[in-house]
Design a binder for this molecule. Structure first.
Ligand code: C2E
Ligand code: MG
Ligand code: MG
Ligand code: MG
Length: 292
């Protein structure tokens, strides 16, 4: 422990802690202001059915256009603000925006396209969440089948019993669940047995080197086999090359998300993008058939 090791480390430890707390407090204030000033937006990244090129859905990814710091990555503020009331407020903003977008997407004829919404642990266990979602379903006249809630392994294993209660409440409204970043957390396969999960997302860290690194490849193949044997759907994120796409498709991965066919698209460009890239609910070009 730092305290037992003498003076210096003792103070360094407190210095770090002070900086972390100060940074967090500063970020909380900034997020509150940013929300009021409209600096947040969503980007949408398409998810395709591997074998058919059909558009399955779009993952909603939060973007913060900071006036001085430019585009701030969600990885640089969401983990810091976990549990803060402003993060919960921001989470509700994201959900509402997803409902607006889903409505518009249906209006352009993509009827069964799903919007995947990332939920933080605090948001997922917030007792007001089911009521909020229910009121939005009513307001926008949408069904819960139009959405998929993404939870990470960390969120689920924090308190498995509490997570099951939250999931059951949301499930009653008709929402489905995807497990994000699969394989990177403190994996407890128990949740696959006990929780009403629909989709497993293979983390991009396994996908990046899957054709060069045999361990990554085997982990992906075993995950696909397990998920399919459980009767669930499997998606790979971080697919950047045609070779990865081909290998995943040949090995029965259901869904694909990644830069190979699209980076996340700013919401202001979404409908222009849909017009130019998607025809009759399918990707315009056959990505698999094309020779490399
Ligand atoms: P995630 O949910 O695992 O989202 C996937 C991340 O991978 C996104 O990063 C996406 O841009 C990136 N990605 C997708 N395909 C590729 C690819 O082919 N190559 C590479 N290099 N990256 C790819 P992003 O947008 O920076 O988001 C990072 C994380 O921030 C998300 O990881 C998620 O955990 C969190 N996040 C984003 N939006 C929200 C939100 O609205 N609420 C919550 N609670 N978390 C969010
Ligand atoms: Mg996600
Ligand atoms: Mg992920
Ligand atoms: Mg991730």
């Amino acid at each position: 422990e730092a305290k037992d090791n003498g003076g210096d480390q003792y103070f360094i430890y407190h210095g770090d802690m002070f900086q972390r707390v100060a940074h967090r407090v500063m970020m909380e204030g900034e997020v509150k202001q940013a929300l009021a000033k409209g600096q947040f937006s969503l980007s949408l990244q398409p998810q395709l059915v591997a074998k058919t090129n059909k558009v399955y859905g779009f993952e909603a990814l939060l973007r913060w256009q900071h006036p001085e710091r430019g585009m701030v990555s969600p990885d640089d503020f969401i983990p810091i603000l976990e549990n803060s009331e402003h993060m919960i407020a921001l989470g509700y903003w994201v959900i509402r925006r997803c409902f607006q977008l889903s409505k518009k997407i249906k209006q352009v004829g993509l009827d069964d396209v799903v919007i995947a919404i990332n939920l933080s642990a605090a948001q997922f266990t917030d007792v007001n969440l089911p009521d909020y979602l229910n009121s939005l379903l009513d307001e926008f006249q949408l069904t819960a089948a139009s959405f998929e809630l993404e939870l990470t392994e960390q969120t689920l294993v924090k308190d498995i019993d509490k997570a099951i209660i939250s999931m059951d409440n949301l499930r009653l409204l008709g929402f489905s669940f995807a497990i994000d970043d699969f394989g990177t957390g403190y994996s407890s396969l128990a949740y696959l047995k006990r929780m009403p999960v629909d989709v497993i997302k293979i983390d991009k860290s396994f996908v990046f080197g899957m054709l060069e690194n045999n361990a990554d490849f085997q982990i992906i193949m075993s995950t696909i086999a397990m998920v399919k044997n459980l009767g669930l759907t499997v998606i790979a994120e971080g697919v950047e090359t045609q070779a990865q796409l081909r290998s995943l498709t040949e090995n029965d991965c259901d869904l694909i998300q990644g830069y190979f066919f699209s980076k996340p698209i700013p919401e202001t460009e979404l409908f222009e993008f849909i017009d130019s890239e998607i025809v009759d609910g399918k990707w315009r070009v056959d990505l698999i058939a094309k020779p490399t």
